[in-house]
Unconditional design. Structure first.
Length: 491
């Protein structure tokens, strides 16, 4: 969360999914009433340091650390929030003030604070007083979230050996003082909502979410024999495939296998975020894979697919939609498997809940020059463009066009040699960089070559005059490419 993103939330004002609270020097007394209400309804954003009428008061910098620790500790304390749901607050600098922000996801369970059940409306939080209303809430949750299905027959032996240690190591790498790290196996699974009591059968046990996150291959195939994820490359052979990976293991191992498949088949476009090199491929497709695994309806036997074409990557995922519609790149408050989503967020596999689609959209426009498309239907579809242009008859896969001895698979070595002989040393450096990094932006080139902007502008103008490079895309997100068919005679 940054200042720009937070500004949008503050401008939106309080409502069904936004709550502001004053917190100059202490935690608001009614904070966990809003937390429980958001968990029980559709999730939402809580900002501390802002008044109901959007006035920015801020939080005392001397009290920031204490308040953040209280939020994390109390959210993990069943005496305060039952069942607990760990919250990890973020400190955001906003208009010279310090604010505390956190996103509360919709939960697949019914939560209480101070032994009371709260719900959310556009007017704020309210206590659910009647037993019939509470029962209706439980029924709504059980019908919406199959990840809570309890399997009393699942045993400790069905949890893959070493998975808990692996998970804790991943969590520790993100947050060394995470409260789950000191818990034993049973305590860990209970805190994560992966062991629960099912009143309809009168038994406790591991849930479907626990099975999918930590189960052995044998246990998963026993309970969900139809479960699999097919990753396919169809760049050359559109009728069959160029490469294929079938995933039938748990989601933590599966996430890593799918990312290795992506690294094998998609290029990593060079990009500078300020002075830091950022892997656009990793940022985009790790989030795509995480969302694909988090939001699948695992009771549906339709396989999940991930297909890489020359110009796009498409995922199809069995889904229980909240709305049958195209999804814009705004914040999304509806994780379909909240416990799986929370575990992925704690391990650093996904952005904190509610930001995934927007992050993918913003970075994808830099990566390819185009926006992704998402459709929330019985099958959730994500279409991620890989390039803004695929020449007619080109055999390469979008941005992954072959660069060995040719330029994007289009210019032969003799032509490249003739072009480079016409360039001085500085022009040649810029030309070579664009050739190796098609679609790169000006700040990427100046950063990588340690070149003053004025010098770069002169070189770019000269390359344009020679008609050997071109610019594609918008002024803000477009980049430079070497022309497929240079037309100048000056080289």
């Amino acid at each position: 969360m940054d200042e720009k993103e937070l500004r949008k939330i503050i401008r939106q004002g309080e409502g069904l999914t936004v709550e502001f609270k004053r917190a100059k020097t202490a935690l608001p007394d009614n904070l966990f009433e809003s937390v429980a209400a958001f968990l029980n309804r559709n999730g939402g954003h809580i900002v501390l340091g802002v008044t109901d009428d959007k006035k920015i008061e801020g939080v005392d910098p001397n009290c920031i650390e204490k308040i953040c620790k209280q939020i994390a500790n109390l959210s993990n304390n069943p005496e305060k929030l039952d069942p607990q749901n760990l919250i990890d607050p973020q400190v955001v600098d906003y208009k010279d003030k310090k604010l505390i922000y956190f996103f509360v996801p919709a939960s697949s369970q019914v939560h209480k604070t101070n032994k009371k059940v709260f719900d959310r409306s556009v007017d704020g939080d309210f206590v659910v007083k009647t037993q019939s209303a509470i029962s209706a809430m439980y029924l709504r949750k059980s019908n919406s979230y199959t990840e809570n299905t309890v399997y009393p027959g699942l045993r400790e032996i069905d949890i893959k050996r070493g998975m808990l240690k692996k998970t804790k190591d991943l969590i520790r790498s993100i947050r060394s003082n995470h409260p789950w790290l000191k818990l034993n196996k049973e305590e860990f699974f209970k805190a994560a909502g992966l062991i629960r009591y099912d009143s309809t059968i009168g038994k406790s046990g591991y849930t479907l979410a626990a099975l999918m996150l930590f189960g052995t291959d044998e246990a998963i195939s026993s309970y969900l024999p139809y479960y699999k994820i097919e990753a396919i490359v169809r760049k050359q052979d559109l009728m069959r495939y160029d490469d294929r990976l079938t995933v039938t293991c748990n989601l933590i191992d599966g996430y890593e296998l799918l990312n290795e498949f992506i690294e094998k088949h998609l290029p990593d476009k060079f990009y500078l975020d300020g002075k830091t090199r950022l892997s656009l491929r990793d940022k985009i497709f790790r989030e795509v894979i995480a969302n694909m695994l988090i939001h699948r309806e695992y009771m549906n036997p339709i396989p999940t697919t991930l297909v890489i074409y020359k110009d796009k990557l498409v995922t199809n995922n069995a889904n229980k939609p909240f709305a049958y519609e195209k999804i814009a790149s705004q914040l999304c408050s509806y994780p379909k498997n909240p416990h799986i989503a929370t575990m992925f967020a704690q391990m650093g596999f996904a952005e904190y809940l509610g930001t995934g689609i927007r992050k993918i959209s913003d970075l994808c426009e830099i990566y390819s020059g185009l926006k992704p498309k998402f459709v929330d239907n019985d099958i959730f579809i994500a279409e991620i463009p890989l390039t803004d242009h695929v020449p007619e008859g080109e055999k390469s896969g979008g941005l992954s066009g072959t660069l060995n001895g040719t330029l994007n698979g289009t210019l032969n070595g003799t032509l490249i040699k003739n072009i480079k002989e016409s360039l001085n040393a500085s022009q040649s450096k810029v030309f070579d960089f664009i050739m190796r990094n098609p679609g790169c932006m000006g700040k990427e080139i100046t950063g990588a070559l340690d070149m003053p902007r004025d010098t770069f502008n002169k070189i770019i103008r000269s390359l344009f005059e020679k008609k050997i490079i071109e610019r594609r895309g918008s002024k803000k997100t477009g980049g430079y490419w070497v022309k497929k068919e240079p037309t100048s005679t000056s080289w």
